[in-house]
Design a protein around this ligand. Structure first.
Ligand SMILES: Nc1ncnc2c1ncn2[C@@H]1O[C@H](COP(=O)(O)OP(=O)(O)O)[C@@H](O)[C@H]1O
Ligand SMILES: Nc1ccn([C@H]2C[C@H](O)[C@@H](COP(=O)(O)OP(=O)(O)O)O2)c(=O)n1
Length: 212
């Protein structure tokens, strides 16, 4: 069984995917973490975020390993002499600002999608295009939305920042992500603005059970 949870930035995708995966006792897979880790490595190497061949060559030599734990995904660079966890560094403002540019490159999307399709179900997959491009055969699909202000307030709670500035950055990223971020025709759209986390997880679980 594959369940997909897509949505806009900071709409609650990873928290909801984690809660749903725990309730179903299956892993969840964060596709965004692969885009983020690729962006982090490119920024550190000084590789242009729009140079697909250079990015693929950099990533081809990078032993990245995604750990799709239900409680929270982690990503590692398994270099033999100096293994390193990248998870925290992949969630900085610098990565936030650059990741959409890399994610717009079709070759990079294929690089991520090949890794995702190699995983063995069952799992909950979260991102932007899980229910459309990557797992169109998923049993149940959801798309989370919330107002930019609500999302900014949530982000500021987890990372320091000015609400106005975070809201503007989220709106800018929504625009950049728009091409690859839209609900599948058979997805259930959930506006999480006025729901708490438990409420969103309950709504998704009800949808999953309807399609069981
Ligand atoms: N429905 C909700 N109500 C309140 N806070 C939420 C809700 N959904 C998510 N959050 C919080 O908002 C923040 C962003 O959620 P996250 O799951 O990281 O979103 P995304 O994966 O879409 O970027 C987290 O701190 C999370 O705990
Ligand atoms: N399936 C996906 C997942 C993420 N992306 C891109 C779009 C986002 O700006 C970045 C980061 O995704 P992530 O889900 O980690 O980001 P947010 O938590 O929503 O801020 O990657 C994508 O294009 N397709």
């Amino acid at each position: 069984m594959i369940v997909t949870i897509d949505g806009v930035a900071a709409s609650g995708k990873s928290s909801v995917a984690s809660g749903v995966a725990s309730a179903l006792s299956i892993p969840y897979v964060s596709s965004g973490l692969l885009y983020r880790a690729a962006t982090l490595l490119a920024l550190e190497a000084g590789t242009s975020l729009s140079d697909a061949p250079a990015l693929l060559s950099l990533l081809g030599a990078a032993p990245l390993r995604l750990e799709p734990l239900a409680g929270g995904n982690r990503i590692y660079l398994d270099t033999p002499d100096c293994p390193r966890e990248l998870t925290a560094d992949a969630h900085t403002s610098a990565v936030d600002a650059g990741v959409s540019a890399l994610a717009q490159l079709p070759q990079l999307r294929e690089w991520v999608n090949a890794r995702l399709r190699a995983l063995t179900p069952p799992f909950v997959a979260e991102g932007r295009d899980m229910g459309t491009a990557v797992f169109p055969q998923a049993r149940a699909k959801f798309f989370l939305v919330a107002s930019p202000r609500v999302r900014a307030l949530r982000r500021v709670k987890e990372r320091v920042g000015d609400v106005e500035a975070v809201e503007q950055a989220l709106i800018a990223r929504d625009e950049q992500d728009q091409l690859q971020s839209h609900p599948a025709a058979d997805a259930q759209i959930i506006d999480t603005s006025d729901l708490d986390l438990a409420g969103v997880i309950a709504a998704v679980m009800a949808g999953v059970q309807e399609r069981a």
